[in-house]
Ligand binder design. Structure first.
Ligand code: HEM
Length: 447
């Protein structure tokens, strides 16, 4: 009798599993799409985890696409695509493909979603309009003071380190963390000073470490929230907290103290016309203070990682290309070493070096998941039902062999007019240049 009580439920579970197995493999509307692995229709976690852990998923998937075509099923309900036409449809200005809330929800700070993590289209476009008053090409001159001051502090710190070898990635990280924090909070976080004294600022270091795992964790949202909950329970029970949680708390305290400073009715500084800061500008435009704080905090991640990785790559590449470097220096000499964006953009070699650096670094290497809207959609001749999560990564297009011959080589001259190229080749190059993605959720910091 006892054995029967145990066996029946087990049999029921087994039957349900076999039924679901047959359904997901042969009946599901995505079953016609080639699988990334035999395990993909069962779970993304099962086949992708090792590749995600090695940080290779965005390198491995394009190879699979070469063999299997523009669409690949990566999970029971997930599809990866590699096609510029589909990219333009999914990430368009009026796209009805929303950001996947399970993934973008991981980035929400203090329960106040910021532009990057807002998934509702109407709320997103309202926030984006509001932020546009600072993130606008015509307003870039307002940020010149912040840039010049921090670059000056950075070059002084570099001079002091001479002639020792400099770890360029860490140095650039410090520079960008100070620029973005000065812009966001009206005060530098102190990363350059900390780096110059031989220590990385823990708050910045942890942010870096977190960004290494965020691609992994955002690919497995359930795993991420389970780990987070487990740590918070452990902390409540034993008082133990990880090194990164402690540093994140330190950053939270620092950012909250900045908000208090900026909103203190008696002591708050007035917005400086030469050094506007994000939090005060947003609060003056009636964005609630907690949301303004969340935006500034959230910005520090994508604003620092991407720009510092790109700058470090460019410096390294130019250091290995002496002829280009000396031509660039002579162009800047001739232009009188300007600091305003308009004059800098006129220096063709500088423009090319930066554009190629952004392409070659491919700092935004993540997949950008979107949800297929109601009614489903036909892509590459296949029907994808509503709710399917589809994604692609900008770096695949930046490394496309046809658009960028020898894509793994840093070659700024591909952006100069002195390389003979057909109009078709130029169009292909420009079309595939999507480092900031496209459409209504393209990078707001692209200016
Ligand atoms: C080389 C530098 C950068 C690259 C390659 C880059 C790349 C990207 C990409 C590909 C996206 C789209 C992400 C998605 O759809 O999920 C994005 C969004 C975003 N980026 Fe950047 N980014 C850079 C610099 C910056 C900077 C400097 C800031 C701010 C100071 C910034 C703030 C943001 C924000 C707030 C979003 C969300 C936009 C929205 O949803 O409307 N980024 N970025």
């Amino acid at each position: 009798m006892f054995v029967l009580i145990l066996v029946w439920p087990l049999c029921l579970v087994l039957v349900c599993f076999i039924a679901w197995f047959c359904y997901t493999f042969w009946v599901h509307q995505l079953s016609e799409i080639p699988n990334a692995s035999i395990l993909a229709p069962i779970s993304r976690l099962l086949w992708a985890l090792p590749s995600e852990c090695r940080g290779r998923i965005t390198l491995d998937l394009p190879r699979l696409h070469e063999q299997l075509g523009p669409l690949i099923r990566t999970g029971p309900n997930e599809v990866s695509f590699y096609s510029l036409d589909i990219y333009k449809t999914v990430y368009s200005v009026r796209s009805s493909f929303a950001k996947d809330p399970r993934v973008y929800g991981q980035f929400v700070q203090d329960s106040h979603p910021a532009l990057f993590s807002i998934t509702d289209a109407a709320e997103h476009s309202q926030r984006r309009r509001l932020m546009g008053q600072l993130f606008n090409y015509s307003k870039m001159y307002l940020l010149e003071g912040i840039m010049v001051e921090n670059v000056t502090a950075f070059t002084l710190a570099l001079e002091q380190q001479m002639p020792r070898a400099i770890e360029v990635v860490r140095a650039c990280r410090a520079l960008e963390a100070d620029i973005v924090s000065a812009f966001g909070f009206g005060q530098e976080i102190g990363a350059i000073a900390s780096w110059a004294s031989g220590k990385d600022l823990q708050m910045v270091k942890v942010n870096d470490e977190k960004s290494k795992t965020i691609a992994l964790l955002s690919g497995f949202p359930v795993l991420a929230s389970t780990l987070e909950r487990a740590e918070s329970i452990l902390c409540r029970m034993t008082g133990w907290e990880s090194h990164s949680t402690a540093a994140i708390k330190e950053f939270d305290q620092w950012s909250f103290s900045q908000l208090s400073r900026l909103t203190n009715p008696t002591k708050s500084p007035s917005i400086s016309p030469t050094h506007p800061n994000f939090i005060q500008t947003m609060i003056c435009s009636h964005l609630p203070a907690p949301s303004a704080l969340s935006e500034a905090k959230e910005m520090l991640g994508p604003g620092t990682d991407t720009t510092s990785a790109t700058l470090a790559h460019i410096l390294w590449a130019l250091a290995h290309d002496a002829p280009y470097q000396s031509e660039l220096v002579s162009d800047l000499d001739n232009a009188g070493w300007p600091t305003d964006i308009g004059s800098l953009e006129k220096v063709e070699r500088l423009r090319a070096a930066v554009k190629e650096g952004i392409r070659w670094t491919g700092a935004a290497a993540a997949m950008l998941p979107r949800v297929v809207p109601g009614g489903g959609v036909v892509l590459a001749g296949m029907f994808l039902p509503a709710g399917t999560v589809i994604s692609s990564s900008p770096i695949w297009y930046l490394r496309d062999k046809n658009a960028f011959p020898s894509p793994e080589i840093y070659r700024p001259s591909r952006w100069l007019n002195d390389e003979s190229r057909s109009p078709e080749a130029i169009k292909l190059r420009d079309d595939f240049y999507v480092p900031f993605s496209k459409g209504s959720s393209a990078c707001i910091g692209a200016q």
